[in-house]
Design a protein around this ligand. Structure first.
Ligand code: G6P
Length: 369
């Protein structure tokens, strides 16, 4: 047990640090050297069905559901296929409309989550094509699907999912780009450029890992918080949800993730000098808007911890703390911006004396309803 953790105090920390390698393992052998081809052998037989799909329905729970939400933005942007992302537990009990030309993608680290498994069995009976994005080879969900892509992230021991999430998002990114190309929505140049952006992610994560001590210092300031808010827009809205889930899972601080623009429809009422607000504010299409959201929080004396693109001087002047991530295409920004949030939840949980790898009441794999 101790040996497996290597030099790390907890599995979660080890798994955070493993991400440059686990993401490389996810795309190893699947991307050509010149970035002109993505090869996903596990779905090749059903590529015609996926390419012609009327709709993609993503089914998952927990962190995997957040990866699915990133997938929604990716598939709609690059492949122009409408996507619905559903909690498997809601989907299976509400008599959903499923058509034969729907493609269902089940996302599950363990491949054993009871609700996700039951939901795909139901969709399969109704004639849909079922794909899996799973980490554990030979687990129940992959055995039930028509095709799929393994994430190859290696065993994840910490209950709070970290490297499985970034590997799931990596698979979804590859799939959406591949479909974008086959459906004719991405030019050869755009496609090659995007694939290149994805392959640079591991090295960019290595840079963020070097900021661990700095992030730990920032975490100290907020270790006694009772509430926290996480805001993001576009591709980074799901990352806000994931950051909040990480914090509540392991540190037991109440945290909420919100689309930044929705803040004024509720959460803004909670903001005062005791409320840390983590804002995902890298340079992308909605940068100007997120800057105004930060001003709205500051005007109410909230504490802003902003995740920004390296070199951002504007937000540095407004926020209480900034954590920089390397510049990247906005579609791959979830893979970078989630890393500081994983660190923050980890450090705060350790400072609060929580059992990081096995938080109370939670299980790594929920095999009962
Ligand atoms: C549990 C775990 C989470 C995980 C979720 C879905 O709640 O604690 O970390 O995201 O189940 O698990 P799955 O194996 O289906 O991804």
């Amino acid at each position: 047990d101790e040996i497996d953790k290597g030099p790390y105090e907890h599995f979660m920390l080890k798994e955070i640090y493993e991400q440059p390698l686990s993401i490389e393992d996810t795309f190893r052998g699947r991307i050509s050297m010149d970035h002109s081809k993505i090869f996903l052998g596990g779905i090749i037989d059903v590529l015609p069905q996926i390419t012609q799909a009327n709709r993609i329905i993503i089914l998952a729970c927990g962190t995997s559901w957040h990866a699915g939400l990133v997938g929604e933005y990716l598939f709609e942007e690059f492949a122009r296929i409408p996507v619905e992302v559903e909690y498997a537990s809601e989907f299976r009990y509400r008599n959903p409309v499923i058509n034969k030309d729907d493609v269902i993608i089940a996302i599950s680290q363990s491949g054993e989550t009871a609700d996700t498994l039951a939901a795909i069995k139901m969709a399969k009976e109704q004639g849909a094509t079922i794909l899996g994005i799973c980490n554990v080879a030979g687990s129940s969900i992959p055995r039930e699907t028509h095709a799929g892509v393994y994430t190859h992230a290696g065993p994840e021991i910490g209950v709070a999912s970290t490297k499985a999430f970034t590997s799931q998002v990596t698979v979804l990114t590859m799939m959406s780009m591949l479909l974008g190309k086959t459906r004719g929505f991405l030019s050869k140049e755009e496609y090659t450029h995007l694939v290149g952006e994805l392959t640079q992610i591991p090295d960019k994560i290595r840079t963020i890992l070097q900021a661990d001590d700095e992030i730990k210092k920032i975490s100290e300031t907020y270790q006694h918080a009772t509430n926290a808010l996480y805001l993001g827009r576009g591709y980074l809205f799901p990352v806000a949800l994931e950051g909040a889930l990480k914090l509540k899972e392991i540190s037991y601080i109440h945290a909420e993730g919100y689309p930044a623009a929705e803040m004024k429809h509720g959460p803004i009422a909670l903001i005062d000098e005791n409320m840390p607000v983590f804002v995902l504010a890298t340079k992308d299409k909605s940068y100007e808007k997120i800057v105004s959201n930060i001003q709205e929080v500051k005007a109410r004396n909230g504490k802003v911890i902003a995740i920004v693109t390296k070199g951002d001087e504007v937000i540095k002047k407004m926020a209480d703390h900034v954590i920089e991530v390397p510049d990247c295409h906005e579609a791959v920004a979830p893979l970078l911006t989630v890393i500081p949030l994983q660190f923050i939840s980890y450090h705060i949980a350790v400072m609060r004396g929580c059992n990081v790898d096995q938080p109370r009441n939670l299980a790594k794999s929920v095999t009962v309803e």
